[in-house]
Design a protein around this ligand. Structure first.
Ligand SMILES: NC(=O)c1ccc[n+]([C@@H]2O[C@H](COP(=O)([O-])OP(=O)(O)OC[C@H]3O[C@@H](n4cnc5c(N)ncnc54)[C@H](OP(=O)(O)O)[C@@H]3O)[C@@H](O)[C@H]2O)c1
Length: 295
């Protein structure tokens, strides 16, 4: 790749995540002072070392934030029935406010069905169909973490999107589609004119080239090149693919020579996604407490 001179302002995710997590810690302290320990439960099926590592990181982070983090570890040959019983037990446990099922599960299990079995109010990923429905209807509830993290990142760096043209490349269920719904909502940190492009739009560059904010959500390494970016635009790299442990982002690094602001190759959207998981968890604990409060 030709070397390029970056003139773009970098938009790292870490300071955004720090602020979001500080807010979680504050709200966690308030809950504990009123006698409720916020709780994020995790389920791991099998012995995949990377998955076990991710769970340990989340548990450490949970402890730092004053959460309890009950953990259920099921063997790799767990049946669908046993997994669903474990989910039901945590759904029914009033001391558990939020629940995470570590992805992936062994091939013989249906991850989507497991997610559907999680009580929507405890859905820490915000991906349960009930929560996607709430998002579409503008009803408060757990919000999909990566889209919410992108909105928080734009707000943190005071990138104006209200009334501006935001173009999202990709309409996937995890990122592009919920992000489009979120950024089109009538709120001060959203309120954008959102366009979504995909493989059905052959000349998608026609749209990305006029975007004030271009968000890559395709999962196709290097799909966004400088010629797809309007000079001075903000470019957010959401889509990534992994080749082993190597991260291959949608946005080619050379875009930094054209963009006005851009997320870094590593450490952009990722940290905000994790922080949003804890934002969803603390909000779930607060909701549970409000439901218990005498009227
Ligand atoms: N950074 C994070 O924390 C984080 C978290 C979650 C997800 N992600 C990443 O976000 C990406 C999207 O995930 P997803 O599940 O929402 O999406 P997905 O289901 O994989 O869909 C990808 C989308 O990109 C479009 N696309 C693919 N190739 C294209 C091309 N050549 N030209 C135009 N459009 C193209 C597809 O169009 P069609 O619909 O027409 O097929 C589809 O809408 C993935 O890379 C995932 O790893 C990142």
């Amino acid at each position: 790749m030709a070397s390029t001179t970056s003139t773009a302002r970098m938009l790292p995710g870490a300071p955004v995540a720090r602020r979001l997590l500080d807010d979680v810690a504050e709200r966690s302290r308030a809950l504990r002072e009123s006698g409720t320990v916020p709780s994020l439960a995790t389920i791991l099926v099998g012995d995949d070392a990377a998955s076990a590592g991710y769970i340990r990181i989340k548990q450490r982070q949970a402890a730092d934030l004053g959460f309890s983090s009950p953990h259920v570890h099921l063997p790799a040959d767990t049946t669908e029935d046993v997994l669903h019983h474990a989910i039901a037990d945590l759904n029914d446990d009033p001391a558990v406010h939020a629940l995470l099922i570590q992805y992936p599960v062994p091939d013989h299990l249906d991850y989507a069905a497991a997610l559907m079995a999680v009580a929507p109010d405890k859905d820490v990923d915000g991906m349960h169909p009930t929560n996607l429905g709430r998002l579409a209807a503008g009803i408060a509830g757990p919000t999909p973490c990566t889209p919410a993290g992108i909105e928080a990142l734009l707000a943190h760096y005071e990138i104006p999107i209200r009334g501006r043209e935001v173009v999202i490349l990709g309409r996937g269920a995890t990122l592009g589609r919920p992000l489009a719904m979120l950024l089109a909502q009538k709120r001060p940190t959203a309120d954008a004119a959102v366009t979504v492009v995909h493989t059905g739009v052959e000349d998608w560059a026609r749209y990305t080239r006029r975007a004030d904010v271009l968000i890559a959500a395709a999962g196709v390494p290097g799909i966004v090149q400088p010629e797809h970016v309007r000079p001075g635009a903000t470019v957010i790299g959401g889509g990534v693919r992994y080749a082993g442990r190597r991260l291959l982002p949608d946005v080619d690094e050379s875009c930094a020579a054209v963009a006005g602001a851009i997320t870094p190759r590593v450490g952009g959207v990722g940290p905000t996604t994790v922080a949003m998981l804890f934002q969803n968890a603390i909000a779930a604990a607060e909701r549970a407490l409000r439901r218990q409060a005498p009227m």
